[in-house]
Design a protein around this ligand. Structure first.
Ligand SMILES: *[C@@H]1O[C@H](CO)[C@@H](O)[C@H](O)[C@H]1NC(C)=O
Ligand SMILES: *[C@@H]1O[C@H](CO)[C@@H](O)[C@H](O)[C@H]1NC(C)=O
Ligand SMILES: *[C@@H]1O[C@H](CO)[C@@H](O)[C@H](O)[C@H]1NC(C)=O
Ligand SMILES: *[C@@H]1O[C@H](CO)[C@@H](O)[C@H](O)[C@H]1NC(C)=O
Length: 430
């Protein structure tokens, strides 16, 4: 590793210029090198996460060089360990484990968390101290345990005390009169990106954002709840705005979500395909298939063992407003001719900036039909549309609300004053 080379180099210099370099070594290095770099870890509930803390320290002693892990949750710092023991309140969870390894002059105290829960979100730092209790090195890892957006709604501040308006509701504004309202998102971790649209127009720029975080629960095991209020104090509607659909969209980053459906085919069938649907935010970087147990891989554009794959950006089904990137795609795995060996599992792998996801999908032999049957009807994979306004799970492939109510405008007593009705359409992706 780089740091070892540095040390070797220093030792060479020591050998060459002993008198001068000894002091240099002593001061600048005391022969300590942190080998671990801080990582940002975005995990989901149930995951297992290992936090490394590897370093080189000449003359390391457990007594004089305590290695301490700390958990930080917004200014609240809690010590995790004393030597190799996990301290309370972490001990009671039985989910935190420490592993000390030594191979002088290299040492490591790895902290691992199993069955990750939302309360585990936080910054974890590993601090190594010297004889005078001075910090001689440290590294911090950032754990984000993903949480879905719990609630998303508009607030109408022109109503006394403010009134919540949920999806399908109506905001009533008066032509020419400033209107004060906001889109509020509660939950979601890491905090979601909020985009606000008036029909197709992205009007996010007209809103001011306030981002709050609340910590709920017992010390060191707090739930971090993010709340985002995007408000517009002076939205001045005109007659042209009548009937506009306002939409607030909240998205939490995640590894790609893949949904595939086992497909039936017949022996000898030509150009049979398996279909998967992938949703990714941030957008996909790579898609490939593992075709067999040997790990033969197939990327779009190649033909391997008479198989090829096609990626179709699913514009038709996209939210018409947010279709700018290929975050919703159909992936087809074609095989020129179905043989006995074709009936097996295939693995698709999709990668975005957050993580890689894999999904196994099988080609199943269709039950024998009568000899006279010529036409082969393939089962079409089912595309699931899920109403996700009240959703706490994140296993569904597509999040798209398709219903919204339509309102009619009404003129009030005076001719110049119009009621402007806006239909709210709220969706979010997790
Ligand atoms: C390590 O210990 C040896 C022997 O006790 C000593 O000579 C040396 O100076 C020490 N090195 C450092 C960097 O403290
Ligand atoms: C983690 O550290 C970063 C950078 O110092 C800070 O902005 C963030 O609030 C910390 N997160 C928590 C949960 O304490
Ligand atoms: C919407 O507008 C905001 C602010 O102008 C911009 O940061 C954001 O990237 C836009 N989003 C989309 C999806 O165009
Ligand atoms: C969301 O769904 C759960 C269970 O289906 C229900 O208990 C809860 O009241 C719902 N929340 C809202 C805001 O509709």
């Amino acid at each position: 590793m780089g740091s070892l080379q540095v040390i070797n180099l220093l030792l060479v210099i020591v050998w060459a210029r002993q008198d001068y370099v000894t002091t240099f070594l002593f001061q600048a290095v005391s022969l300590f090198t942190m080998l671990t770099e801080g990582e940002v870890i975005i995990s989901k509930e149930g995951d297992e996460v290992s936090l490394p803390c590897n370093f080189i320290l000449e003359n390391f002693s457990k007594f004089h060089n305590p290695i301490l892990w700390h958990k930080h949750q917004r200014g609240e710092v809690t010590r995790v360990n004393m030597g190799g023991n996990v301290l309370s309140p972490f001990r009671a969870t039985k989910r935190l484990h420490l592993a000390f390894r030594e191979s002088s002059p290299r040492y490591s105290l790895e902290l691992s968390l199993s069955d990750i829960s939302l309360q585990d979100s936080g910054n974890y730092s590993c601090v190594i101290r010297g004889p005078g209790n001075d910090v001689i090195g440290q590294v911090t890892h950032y754990i984000f345990v993903r949480a879905a957006v719990e609630k998303l709604f508009f607030m109408d501040y022109t109503k006394p005390g403010g009134q919540e308006v949920s999806s399908g509701g109506i905001l009533t504004m008066t032509d020419g009169q400033p209107f004060q309202f906001a889109c509020v998102s509660i939950g979601g971790y890491p905090p979601p990106d909020i985009t606000i649209y008036a029909d197709q127009d992205n009007i996010t720029g007209l809103f001011t954002f306030e981002r709050l975080t609340q910590l709920v629960g017992a010390k060191a095991m707090k739930l971090i709840v993010s709340e985002i209020v995007a408000s517009n104090e002076m939205y001045t509607p005109s007659r042209a705005d009548d009937g506009i659909r306002l939409k607030c969209h909240a998205e939490v980053v995640d590894a790609p979500l893949i949904s595939c459906q086992a497909t039936e085919a017949e022996l000898g069938q030509r150009n049979a395909y398996i279909k998967c649907f992938i949703e990714a935010k941030p957008a996909l970087k790579t898609i490939f298939w593992n075709l067999d147990a040997e790990g033969t891989s197939l990327i779009p554009g190649n033909i391997v063992n008479d198989m090829w794959t096609i990626v179709i950006v699913r514009e038709k089904f996209l939210n018409p407003i947010t279709d700018q990137d290929a975050t919703h795609v159909d992936v087809h795995l074609y095989m020129r001719i179905v043989t006995e060996e074709s009936f097996r599992d295939y693995v698709i792998c999709a990668v975005n900036a957050i993580d890689a996801s894999t999904q196994k999908v099988s080609l199943i032999q269709k039950a024998k039909k009568q000899e006279t049957t010529i036409e082969v009807k393939r089962k079409q994979p089912v595309i699931r549309f899920v109403h996700r306004n009240n959703d706490s799970l994140d296993t569904q492939p597509l999040v798209e609300e398709t219903k919204y109510s339509v309102t009619s405008s009404q003129s009030t007593g005076t001719a110049s004053s119009w009621l402007v009705a806006c239909v709210l359409l709220l969706t979010w992706l997790t």
